[in-house]
Design a protein around this ligand. Structure first.
Ligand code: GLU
Length: 339
């Protein structure tokens, strides 16, 4: 039985430090240099406009919790945030409603099924299970405060902009392209409604979800947004508190379980940090107490995860010491057992 009654028990943290800033900068450049030549994978085209992305684009950025920014490649190139929006909207939902309520309504477990799965809902009495796939993300968007769809949308834009430290804007072309081909998400919204798991008009909620996916960000923005979650909820560049430290902890736990679609377990096993990807090619990876990496390259693997973004972040996890599960005995310790 997993304990859920630890409310009120002080949360101590166990985090280390990153290398010196110059060294971080060198490693970010090296992550970009190592993988720039990798042309494997394909650009997503189930949302027609995404098929037009330039496969040569490649960006790597790291922002540390002291606000240091390190970038290589096309770090300021804009692309639609897509699925990566799910983790930040989820954080805003927990901030608003609290740990228990969001856990009960949306769930926290990996479905083990593709991100747009209808079967995952049917197998669980319409319970979305996982806020990092479409059904759970639509249910999360419905939890945004606001009496009207416009008010909910404003709250999302303001919240994600606070994470990024600048005003994010909608990519109208992506929004239109996805809206025209959005029957599957509309189906998920209707199914959630039919099970009584979505409040409000499902098409209006799916429309807000589609808009949130079409907000433009860069790899730089992703690194700042992730670093805010690494920094107990305070944006390390602007100094603004966006969410509480508890919300960061909850969000990163769910992202660790489900951030890379059905490859999430493999990712955690190999790379060891919570990360979320999106079909336009972005990935954000967060190392609590240290910082975050944002990467972008539109060439995807068969699960929809950007190949070069995974490679670059994998390299940085190793070389910057981001893996949450890695440890070493203290220098000079006796390794054959201590008395
Ligand atoms: N807007 C996309 C969809 O709902 C997001 C998918 C993704 O990035 O995984 O299909």
């Amino acid at each position: 039985m997993i304990p859920t009654d630890l409310v009120g028990v002080e949360q101590e943290v166990s985090t280390g430090a990153l290398p010196e800033r110059d060294r971080i900068g060198e490693l970010v450049s090296e992550a970009h240099r190592r993988y720039i030549g990798d042309q494997s994978g394909t650009v997503a085209d189930y949302i027609p406009i995404l098929g037009a992305a330039d496969p040569a684009l490649f960006a790597v950025a790291v922002v540390d919790v002291t606000g240091g920014v390190h970038e290589a490649g096309d770090a300021l190139h804009s692309f639609s945030i897509q699925s990566i929006s799910k983790m930040f909207v989820y954080a805003l939902a927990i901030q608003e409603h609290g740990h228990e309520r969001v856990r009960d309504i949306v769930g926290v477990n990996n479905t083990g099924l593709p991100f747009n799965s209808v079967m995952a809902l049917e197998l669980n009495d319409g319970h979305p299970m996982n806020p990092m796939v479409n059904a759970g993300a639509i249910a999360t968007t419905a939890l945004m405060p606001g009496a009207t769809p416009a008010a909910k949308w404003e709250r999302i834009v303001a919240g994600l902009s606070a994470f990024a430290g600048r005003d994010l804007a909608l990519d109208e072309e992506v929004y239109r392209s996805e809206s025209e081909t959005n029957q599957r998400n509309e189906g998920l919204g209707s199914l959630l409604s039919s099970y009584g798991r979505l409040e409000g008009d499902s098409d209006a909620i799916v429309d807000i979800y589609t808009r949130q996916c079409a907000l433009n960000v860069s790899a730089h923005d992703l690194a700042v947004m992730g670093a805010t979650l690494a920094d107990g909820g305070v944006n390390p560049v602007t100094g603004e508190r966006v969410v509480s430290a508890e919300v960061c902890r909850d969000t990163l736990a769910v992202v660790a379980a489900s951030g890379l679609y059905e490859r999430s377990g493999e990712w955690l096993f190999e790379i060891g940090i919570p990360a979320k990807s999106g079909v336009s090619g972005g990935i954000v990876a967060v190392s609590p107490g240290k910082g975050a990496a944002g990467a972008f390259s539109p060439l995807l693997d068969s699960a929809g995860n950007s190949i070069r973004s995974q490679l670059a972040i994998g390299y940085l996890s190793r070389s910057l010491g981001l893996n949450m599960f890695a440890s070493a005995p203290p220098a000079g310790a006796v390794t054959e057992g201590r008395s």
